[in-house]
Design a binder for this molecule. Sequence first.
Ligand code: ABL
Length: 492
Amino acid sequence: MHKTTLCLGLLAPLAQAAALDKRSSLDECLLAAAVPVNARNSTSWAQDALPFNDRLHYVPVAIAVPTMLEHIQAAVSCAAQVGIKATPKGGGHSYASSGLGGEDGHLVIELDRMHNVALDTTTNIATIQAGARLGHVATELFKQGRRAISHGTCPGVGISGHALHGGFGMSSHKYGLAVDWMVGATVVLANATVVHTSATEHPDLFWALRGAGSNFGVAASYEFDTFEAPAEVTYFSMPFRWNLTTGFANLAKVEAYARDLMPADLNMRLFSSGFSSQLEGLFYGDIAGLQAALAPLLNTTTPPLKIMQAVNTTWMEAFTHYANAPTDPTHPYAQQETFYSKSLELKDLSGDVGKSFINYWFNSTSKNTRSWWFQLDIHGGKHSAVTNGDHALSSYAHRDKLFLVQLYDRTYFGAYPKDGFPFLDKWVDATTAPLAKEDWGMYINYADSNLDRATAQRVYYGANLSRLQSLKAQYDPKEIFYYPTSIAPAAE
Ligand code: ABL
């Protein structure tokens, strides 16, 4: 006991001195390589160190602010030389603050000065720099040629984290995940070499990047194929009172519709909070088309569902509708929320799984005075482009899942309480209790900050994990791109 105390007493200042040594070696290396950095205590440092999740602040050892590929390459090389973890930060929206390293002491490579979007109107391929945010991507693709890719609803989310780990949104039922539109990437690897990767160049790496990208390198830019932005779309909402008595039967109706009948042109989710619930979504067509698409569902529930709002509008107006924020953000950026979030990727919500979900919803949420909500997205199904995409082309592991659930527990004022976590933990535990481990997963883009590393790897990457671990051993054996839930290299 005594001895331990004594050792720690001696080690602490030594460790501190070593850390300071590393810090100055890193500073010197970055300076010698002319990599732009944020001065400590500067406004830029404060802005770039700001996490989207205000619950999870981490202190980088340095923040590099590259404006070109060579800066990224030099930054990775310096981190490797000094023995510091390097972490690319795109939009900074990771729910676990993974863009800051998910812990103190990383070299953060802040990419958001590199946000150029250039559409080639002959090939319809867009070259997008790694620090562009989704709203900027959407705005520019539309402006430059009325084109689009599939992606999520939040404009401030960065294209990199989003597309490198899936990228689900209000266009996914029809157009698939953001990753499905990625056709190439220029990447700085852990050994500081630069490769261009695509289906034909380093195809294994390309597979790994498309679903687990943060583990394999720092992308500087991507090529994305695009589709023609639809001339008209219709956003809609169907408020509905869910309760314990009818909840399970109604969920079964939604599930039956989602599985076989819901057309590709429809994207829909159940949004629910402590105050209200609605089925809402986006339809690729007009109001009459929406009514026809929903007809097989409306009268099956108790009471029948009714379309209360249906607005026929343009592609960009619909993006604005679901955006919750300014639609074309670039640097500087400061959006924050204080929350804990979890996710579920589920093959279905039938039987005991659905019953547990519904029981928890109505029996265990009423005492929560915070602002909680969930979004239950219809992710798969017979007509879903996510399900029907080529499962072998990307390492996104959950194309077989019908539902993607995001559970979110937020405080508007003050810190998230220490005793708050069980609220969502127990909801997930109850829902998955009847399931075998390999039959459900989680989505890293709704990162759960409390998962241990082994669990995180299993639930995020499922059946693809062992191949990803082998590729990790090949491309980043020393784990330069480590973060607390990153993929561990396969043992030799
Ligand atoms: C998502 O993935 C959702 O699709 C968004 O609707 C969600 O946005 C974000 N993530 C949250 O990180 C939120 C707003 O940011 C919240 O302010 C709002 O309370 C919530 O939607 C519900 O409308």
